[in-house]
Ligand binder design. Sequence first.
Ligand code: HEM
Length: 401
Amino acid sequence: MTITGVDGPVTYNPYAYEMHEDPYPTYARLRSEAPVYRSDEFDFWALSRHEDVIGAFRNVDAYSNAYGVSLDPSAFGPDAHRMMSFLALDPPKHTRMRSLVGKGFTPTKVNAMEERIREITLQHLEPALESGSFDFIADFAGKVPMDVISELVGVPVADRAELRRLADLVLHRDDGVYDVPPEGMEAALTLVVYYQAMVDERRASRRDDLTSALLDAEIDGDKLTDEEIVAFLFLMVVAGNETTTKLLGNAWYWGWRHPDERAKPFDDASRVPNWVEETLRYDTSSQMLLRMTRQPLHLHGTSIPEGDRVLLLVGSANRDEAVFPDPERYDLDRDTKALVSFGSGRHFCMGAPLARLEARIALTELVARVATYDVDPAGVERVHSINVRGLAALPTTVTLR
Ligand code: HEM
């Protein structure tokens, strides 16, 4: 297929640094010129329109998670579920495990965490604000989510800094490195050993935490194995940590870039949820998810064979003009209900209520204390990752209320 535009055929390379700087002009061209894009170089198809992305998320018969959801070579393949748990499984295995985990990871459990999340937030926020000038990511947004996950699953306070260090190693990629580096692999193993020891301890004596609840979760006599519990605890680190850090950083950054929009939550804290939702839509931290086709597909006149890789471009779906009027505008007054940032259908993000709660608490505590803030543009650094979009450094100065 030849696609001609003013600049020649559109090309999309998720590894290119220009794409990390600003993928949105390319997404707009993909949506209009190549809604079923083919990359021979990296061996994938890409869907960019809202209706196609949502359609693929909801069609588990045609699109499989069984090889994982990432292009990262070490995370891709039939063993992906060992690290990514049920995110990398299809029904009926997925249904079984998600239902069992859902017995422990309940909305009541998440809501009950509100006060502890606030305490964890303030523990990191207060010293940063006192200094007047800090790195929003390293000193604040990078610390809260992992401590919240540790709190949820039952990691003792004394071990949390070390777990945060290990999680950072698992997720960190130096520029130009597109796979899990050896230090990351080693840290992942250490985390798995740690979580296994925690499961053993809880088996001997239960506590009021998610790990204990998962040990007791049961449907018709079926229970989770230790291996399954550990893989799920590990998935939470991978799926719930960096994404939430980046959501906080993106809200702070885009708020800074749009003073009129930022003024809304700063003048009226009840607008903080709009700040969170519009940031999720406008610049989501999880830009794309991979699928494998389970059958030959025909879409917009293009045939995709069975067993091929398809990228669902969530970041593009969230900017689709067919669904969001004036999509390139960061607008806290818009209707964001159709955002796709947490996926859709059977794999819909299990941590979405927790991520939203964390972001609302963190930003509410910030607007309660900060009158104005500024960012040093020279110090802003972007992460170079194919699917995680956000900032690695965000130097900030604050004037307190
Ligand atoms: C802003 C923060 C977050 C974003 C943008 C996000 C995004 C997503 C997306 C797009 C999926 C669907 C993946 C797919 O269909 O292939 C997903 C799945 C998942 N997320 Fe999140 N997530 C966030 C935070 C969290 C948190 C805090 C947790 C847990 C503590 C979490 C746990 C999970 C789990 C367990 C799944 C797998 C669900 C399944 O396969 O059935 N996420 N997330």
